[in-house]
Design a protein around this ligand. Sequence first.
Ligand code: IFM
Length: 452
Amino acid sequence: MTSHVPLSRAAFPADFTFGVATASYQIEGAIAADGRVPSIWDTFSATPGAVVGGDTGEIACDHYHRYPADVTLMRDLGVDAYRFSLAWPRILPVAGGAPNPSGIAFYDRVLDELLAAGITPWATLYHWDLPQEIEDAGGWPVRDTAYRFAEYAAVAADALGDRISHWITLNEPWVAAFLGYAAGVHAPGRTDHAAAMRAAHHLMLGHGLAMQVLRERVPQGSHGITLNLTPIEAQGGRDIHAEAVRRVDGMANRIFLDPILRGTYPADVVADTAHVLDQSHVHDGDLELISAPIDFLGINYYFPTVVATGVYPGSAAVGMGAHNRPRTAMGWEVDAEAMTRMLTRVRDDYGDVPIYITENGSAWDDVVSADGGVHDAQRLAYLQDHLAACLDARAAGVDLRGYFAWSLLDNFEWAEGYAKRFGIVHVDYATQERTVKASGRWYADFLTGDER
Ligand code: IFM
């Protein structure tokens, strides 16, 4: 435990939001139900070799049909809020076409259940399930996609804005742009660095346009964006790696923080990538739109990143390092204090924006014991340590207002398929039975003040 402040709900302000998070493609299933059209993840996961085990989101957690029981589960956990994402391919299947009433009706039903259970809905507009038709027209590397996204945002806001109080435009644009279009390990599986840089900008533009839409159509709501941020550490803490730290911090963190919170792209990132593309895709007025005020910054934190500068003197090459901390089943190093450092860094460098941890959690090789329980001591310790890190950040003056555990349920972990489990609730995919893990039981006790 990192904190010197005892860990209890009472140590947080009364209005601190505690929640759980999920995303549409990872839990819903029902990919062809009620007028939903294919997304890039349907196509990608059907590509041989793209996803571990050949897994797809076809059934996932069958949340599309089991949402009443899943909301009851959340009510029993005692969460204040539920962060989920809306599936663009359900709500506006054809770009420029008509909204899909049956797709929207699914979210009406989910919202009815949530509000009846006293749970505040937090909706993410884009958690990576781009309609395939829009990818076929060029996807995020094409400017038009930002405008298509704004159209979809308007439909969603008009249909659901009377009941959704908190809106998140994008989840983790870094992943969508760079894992999807440069590394090719996420949908749509492209490997084109210039396309990825353009995608990053058009995601930002889409965010700016969607913020405008949300301000106009849901003026009473609270609106922001979620970035995945990772503190960058020099291997062994050595100064020789400072150049690698600068480069990776630029491409991982500042490339999104700067346009949103400062209205510029970092000059060093622009210089570092000048051999890949020029800035002609950034039009006059884009950065003003992108940097319009947000009500909160959502941060997804999982792990710190360790880097090292290349082997030859003067080489700019960057290598990944390690600091030999314990690792989760994803291979990610565990360090809760690094989350506190990252939060204070955002405050120090970008000022006092209200922050929510919109995702934090860990995958472990869970075992269902003979007693039927999942005694996930490592996930429980991770949860406790990161909640303590939230208290440390608050004690350091960070305006941190909430924490969402990733994830409510074990689910489709993208390229890792169902092999990696992040849930505080176990899902038996053969039967769809849910079992609250020890971490989930502790979270419930913590939320009701019964934690030990
Ligand atoms: O499962 C993902 C989620 O969709 C986005 N943030 C990270 C999680 C764990 O990899």
